[in-house]
Design a protein around this ligand. Structure first.
Ligand code: IMP
Ligand code: MG
Length: 182
């Protein structure tokens, strides 16, 4: 069965918002040693666009995390599936995420990264679903706040598909079941 996907945020609107975030980050991190740290796989599209809207010297690294078992709800158990390639000690870190939902993934990541003694850690998430929070998380830069819908596109998937949609779509998951890969 092919699921129904409706456009929630069109490509042009995403581009405009990412440019705004990039300008703000450029101002806020002027003179600092910025490292962007993207959470794979979902954040790779956002990271790629965002990085090109930041007018500063910066480095990038990637981290693979997984928490979902076989559903569209988090299992609450987060693990690192692929770690950073460089030390982050004394760097100003900006964690780049696709979406903060329950907050469990970001909470785990934040606590883990903190032990590596960066100079600072902030969080930039393309989407925020505040209605589903199970742990309190400060998201310093938010692209869009959305309601509790299951979304795909712009890096986000359902069963590994739809990451390449250039817009953000809402998927009707009531009739579907299966694994959500991050
Ligand atoms: P959390 O631990 O519940 O905050 O889960 C965050 C992660 O779950 C995100 O980084 C996404 O990879 C994934 N996720 C949460 N909501 C959605 C969604 O609506 N669509 C696709 N992936 C999602
Ligand atoms: Mg993610």
């Amino acid at each position: 069965m092919v699921p129904e996907i409706s456009v929630l945020i069109p490509q042009e609107e995403i581009q405009k918002r990412v440019e705004e975030l990039g300008s703000k980050i450029t101002r806020d991190y002027s003179g600092k040693s910025l490292t962007l740290l993207a959470v794979l796989k979902g954040a790779f599209v956002f990271m790629s666009d965002l990085a090109r809207c930041i007018d500063l010297p910066l480095t990038m690294d990637f981290l693979g995390l997984s928490s979902y078992g076989d559903k569209t709800e988090t299992s609450g158990v987060v693990r690192i599936t692929s770690d950073l390639t460089q030390p982050v000690k004394d760097r100003d870190l900006l964690i780049v995420e696709d979406i903060v939902d329950s907050g469990l993934t970001m909470n785990f990541l934040y606590e883990n990264i903190k032990t590596r003694l960066p100079r600072s850690i902030k969080v930039c998430s393309f989407l925020d679903k505040p209605g589903r929070r199970r742990v309190s998380i400060d998201v310093d830069y938010v692209g869009f706040r959305i309601e509790d819908r299951f979304v795909v596109g712009y890096g986000m998937d359902y069963k590994g598909l739809y990451r390449n949609l250039p817009y953000l779509g809402a998927l009707d998951i009531d009739s579907l079941s299966g694994e959500v890969e991050k």
